[in-house]
Write a protein that binds this ligand. Structure first.
Ligand code: NAD
Length: 295
């Protein structure tokens, strides 16, 4: 049995999904998995080469897809995007608000600037409002849908040096809960996914850890590894499927290898436990250059 045949039990074949930032990382993995489940998939991507790549990939897999090069931070773009989706597919069942970035800012809050706050607001919160507002009428016309917001574990756990990023991500939790309350009457569910460190284009996690220290991954994470895009994509697939998650709304699913539950606790090499640091590193990862980011 192929994976597509296995996923047919989800009841998603032919449904329409829109994934923002679907050209890399978690968004790309989600677009791919949705395509495997037989969905028609629209992808929004700001980067032209990533847009071309995901279009080629989805088409090669026989997915009825629409890839739009756009910047979701612009409110007017969200109306154009939804109008393009309406024209092409006639409806919208699932919206994944995936774009988000700490933009490379690692600044103590007291030193951070209003310019940074504005940039972080635009890429981590404002576009969720624009995209959701533009999408809701189309979802209502179709009798319902599922909005999935990508947050972060840092919405539920403190993080130094990216305080404002985490504040906007925490706001996604409130947005998700309150919007779920409003939209339930229209058959629209609203949920969030909160990943821990996940290997993507933005976060190059595993290569950052020197090979001689990689065995510590199994001590840092109860599940023993960093996340992959497919981990969050799996949660998105669950939340997209009314058959599986039809009574789940206003929730955040933590996709973190058990890290939040562990808190600061880590396993030692002798299988004892510690909540004291055992590795000296800043916990951030080097990243390839990107025009939107301060490097
Ligand atoms: N990777 C992690 O460790 C991690 C952890 C927690 C939360 N997250 C969240 O998951 C989401 C996805 O992160 P990722 O690591 O997969 O990112 P990524 O940078 O690997 O991929 C994001 C994609 O979105 C595109 N994009 C960026 N700005 C855009 C814009 N304004 N309009 C349209 N497209 C745009 C990028 O070009 C890229 O292709 C983000 O919201 C991020 O905050 C990621």
């Amino acid at each position: 049995m192929t994976i597509s045949e296995e996923l047919s039990i989800l009841g998603l074949a032919g449904k329409v999904a829109l994934v923002t930032g679907g050209g890399a990382g978690i968004g790309r993995a989600t677009a791919e998995l949705f395509a495997q489940a037989g969905m028609r998939v629209a992808v929004i991507e700001i980067d032209a080469s990533r847009a071309a790549e995901i279009r080629k990939l989805l088409e090669s897999r026989g997915c009825d897809c629409l890839v739009i090069e756009a910047d979701v931070r612009k409110g007017t773009e969200s109306r154009r995007i939804i109008s393009d989706v309406r024209e092409r597919f006639g409806g919208l069942d699932v919206l994944v608000n995936n774009v988000g970035d700490y933009l490379g800012y690692k600044t103590e809050f007291a030193e951070s600037t209003e310019e940074e706050w504005d940039a972080l607001y635009a890429v981590n919160l404002l576009h969720l409002l624009h995209m959701s507002k533009a999408a809701i009428p189309l979802m209502r016309e179709g009798g319902g849908g599922s909005i999935i917001n990508i947050s972060t574990i840092e919405a539920f756990r403190g993080i130094p040096l990216t305080v404002v990023y985490s504040a906007f991500k925490a706001a996604i939790t409130g947005f998700t809960q309150s919007l779920a309350v409003e939209l339930g009457q229209y058959g629209i569910r609203v949920n969030a996914i909160a990943p821990e460190t996940t290997n993507t284009a933005q976060i190059v996690a595993t290569p950052r850890v020197p090979p001689e220290n990689r065995d510590h991954l199994s001590r840092w994470f109860p599940i023993g590894r960093f996340g992959e895009g497919a981990d969050s994509a799996g949660a998105a697939l669950f939340l997209a499927s009314d058959r599986l998650s039809g009574w789940v709304s206003g929730s955040s699913i933590v996709v973190d290898g058990g890290a939040l539950a562990a808190g600061a606790w880590m396993r030692l090499q002798d299988n004892g436990w510690t909540h004291l640091p055992i590795i000296v590193a800043d916990g951030y990862t080097p990243r390839p250059p990107h025009p939107l980011r301060k490097e």
